[in-house]
Structures are given as structure tokens and as C-alpha cells.
Design a protein around this ligand. Sequence first.
Ligand SMILES: [Zn+2]
Length: 284
Amino acid sequence: MKNKKKSLLLLLIVFNIVAALVFFDLQAEEEMMVVFLDVGQGDATLIRTPDRRTVLIDGGPDESVLAGLNEYLPFWDRNIDLMILSHAHADHLYGLAEVMERYNVEKVLWNGQETDTLVYRRWKSLLNNTDSEKTHKGHRIHLGEVHLDVLHPPRDYQFPEGLNEGSVVPRLVHESGAVLIMGDAYKNQEMKLMEKERECMEADYGWCRVMKLPSEVLRTGHHGSSTSTGYEFTERVSPETAVISAGKDNRYGHPHEETIATLRSLDVEIHETAKDGDLKVIFD
Ligand SMILES: [Zn+2]
């Protein structure tokens, strides 16, 4: 009898803890959370929309993305509503395959550019069992009261040899601010985006509705390397905050001092995952 009472009490305590956690999750309903996960030398961005949809953009070079999901998602939620792969380099892709094996992924968007690596082949076989779609400039994904616009690559894009140039560039738009996530796109692609935005001032192509650059937060292209984050482009985006996702003491020397100098000269606040760990931005 005594044991029965004890286990009933324990059950009640557990129930109360769960109820409190659910309550606090519901409380945060109005907010949108974006976390640039510290995954070392790579990229992984987690978005939790105001109506609690989960979006994961890139997954970093190893399993560390899983710890990030564990930390920021409620423990009962094993659902990824939308997964986006910017391009098929391992520092963006590896972790996504790990997530696909452990979570229910409802939809995957990617640029469709093939490559021939082990990690890519693993991803491709996982993709066969998932609802996936090739995305391109002009694509708008509605996520309740926020949306994600895809600015690059264009629908008819001729992918070059390299993978970075074809990076999917999404811009997340919430009524209180936007986040531009550059993948590993280079200055050439940045110039192209500016050109397209200018074109849209005189013409009205179907994709023009997404072609807006100004954003409160800029996730700088290619881990802060000097190949990306040109002055003119950054000036046009005019972010308050720049996020650089790179590994501590990485062998590429990311971020490059030129990128830091550009951001400083435009008075942009700089945050680096290598120094600060996960970087969480809340929009409310
Ligand atoms: Zn990369």
C-alpha cells in the first residue's frame, strides 16, 4: 500500500512538471526565435515560429546539431516542419542527415545540385523517403504569420563546378524584423542580388516580391571569409547585427579581417559562434 502511494505521488509530480513545461511553451506563443547554433566550422540555423513550427537551415559538420535541437525544442516535439539545405558541402549537410534519421522531417527544400561525396549519397538516400522539392528565387514559404523568401539561386541557374555559388539564400520575414541567411554565397552572388533588387524597382517580375535585401540580422556568407560580405552589399542590407558562424581556431582563418573591417566600418554589431557559442535572437 505504501509503495502504491509513493508511486502515485511520483506520477503526480511528473505530471505537474510536464504541465508546467507545456504551459511555458504556450506562453512564448507570440515570439519567434532564431538560434544560430554553434556547430563548429559549419552552419546550422534553427527557427521556431510564433505558432511553434520548426525550421532547420543547414546542419553543421557533425552531430552537434542534435544537442542544439535538444536544448531549444520541447522534449516531446520530434517534428521538423521544414528543413533547408543551402548546398551539399559536408559542413552544412552532415548534421542534416543525422537529424533526418532521428526526427520526423515533413518537408525538405534544396537547390538540387548533385555532387559525389559519401555524405551526399547518404543524404540522397534519406531524401528518397521524404517529401522534398527543389527551391529557387521567388519561392515564398508561409509559416503562419512569418514567411521565408528564397532569393537565390534563380530557377534556370547554371550551377558552376563549385557548390558555394548555388547556395540557397533564404530571408526570414517577421513583422518586427528580417534575417538574411547567406549560406556560402560569394560576393558575385551578392552583386547579383543587388542587381536583381534594382531591376525590380522598374519591372515587376513574379519573383520581385521576394527581392528585398534590408534585414536586421545578416548571417554573413561563407563563415565570414573574405570571399563574401562585400561593402556595398552589406551597406544595402544595413543589418544591426551580423552573425558569423565558424569554428574556434579553424584552419581557414575565418572570419577574415577584411569582413570584420567592413562590418565595423558600417557600425554593425558582430557576433561569432566561435566566441559566443549559440546565438539566439528573439523577435516579439
Ligand atoms: Zn560552409
